[in-house]
Ligand binder design. Sequence first.
Ligand SMILES: NC(=O)c1ccc[n+]([C@@H]2O[C@H](COP(=O)([O-])OP(=O)(O)OC[C@H]3O[C@@H](n4cnc5c(N)ncnc54)[C@H](O)[C@@H]3O)[C@@H](O)[C@H]2O)c1
Length: 466
Amino acid sequence: MASYDVIVIGSGPGGYVCAIRAAQLGLKTAVVEKMKTFGGTCLNVGCIPSKALLAASELFEEVSHLDGFGIEVGKPTVNLEKMLGHKSETVDANVQGVAYLFKKNKITSHQGTGRIVGKGKVEVTDENGKTETIEGKNIVVATGSDVARLPGIEIDEERIVSSTGALSLNKVPKKLLVVGAGVIGLELGSVWRRLGAEVMVVEFLDRILPGMDNEVAKQFQRLLQKQGIAFKLGSKVTGVETKGETLKASVEPAKGGDAETIEADVVLVSIGRVPYTEGLGLKEAGVETDERGRVKTDGHYRTNVDGIWAIGDVITGPMLAHKAEDEGVAVAEIIAGQAGHVNYDAIPNIIYTMPEVASIGKTEEQLKDAGVEYNVGKFPFSASGRARAMRATDGFVKVLADKKTDRVLGAHIVGPSAGELIQEFAVLIEFGGSAEDLARTCHGHPTLSEAVREAALGVAKRSIHI
Ligand SMILES: NC(=O)c1ccc[n+]([C@@H]2O[C@H](COP(=O)([O-])OP(=O)(O)OC[C@H]3O[C@@H](n4cnc5c(N)ncnc54)[C@H](O)[C@@H]3O)[C@@H](O)[C@H]2O)c1
């Protein structure tokens, strides 16, 4: 029986990074993966393909509006097949990259579905039903998450789709109904809107992007509306009739009331994700899960069963690839006897729309609820020379700093390259920096990052360019 120091179940961003780090630390490492390619949801049917389509549809949108720059190109058209080809090429390159890294780091892969069958034992069943059992001193559960489903609404990935199907539609829908105004709904709703679909987003709550800073969410909603995305807040989809060419969704006010029918060609269900532990044998192994099906850990990725660890979407915390990656590194280091650690106050959250939205640390609402006194510094991109030159002046940078210590507690950006700019705050927060530290740091001119510095200056009411 093949025997390892570490068996990682799942090769998504959490699992594959964990395996590489474990191998770097000299641990004999194996990965069990049931998909044909490595990389999990993120690389195969999530982050990476969606960014390929976001990039392509963004270019299409930009090319359609170049007049302001003095460029006249005529009306561009979409070749969806080629665009989907670009997506597939991007995915292939990424998943092959992981396979190469496994080889380079001498990580053994076992293709099939993993199931814990006893202390340190994992049974792997391949697609033909053939089983093999492997042995490991440590088992890391990195099985990720699956789409949350709406009762009575069956996802067929053709007309009623999850993010997976929404990344592979073979024609631009005339009408797309998105259920849930979270990250997936807004990113993929944007893709198809730009490519020509009429998009309506139905959201249960009375705001979009729950958990994001309220001011950011409000401004972002206005920007999306300007782009032609319609919202129906405080509403829920209770059923979708699939008979006939057009889907008929029943939509009711969340607080009760009369239902209305909304017609669509495609319905995207994006109401969140749930931890994926099906068939893993956790219960039989005695591993505890919480009321939401997440594997319980002790804060250092140890489950209640000796030798079984868990990271990523399958445990508590934001379901983000980079959070899983950092946990993968941390757990490998802990297994190797080092002090692996993740700073949960410094995890950025990014929505890859146009403009992008990015956030890190606390929101104003969270600080108010916790009774923390804070100062706010804010700077609009409309006052940035670089943003004006790019004709990308929508949005702002907002910095929240502790009133007494000036330590930066949170930052929120709507605007061009927000996902890159937020990283400045990630470094700052990681090092316990203050708004003044950032404000005194020289920023290149003319860059969008000057808006970050100006917002930090704004904390002490001394922004220069506003
Ligand atoms: N850019 C990124 O980082 C990125 C991209 C895609 C996905 N993800 C992650 O994947 C996960 C899933 O994304 P998601 O967008 O599906 O979930 P989400 O949790 O971001 O948003 C789900 C939304 O659906 C709403 N909702 C729930 N039930 C509803 C109902 N019955 N009717 C109408 N609205 C309803 C919620 O209030 C919420 O606004 C998230 O954890 C997200 O962070 C991240």
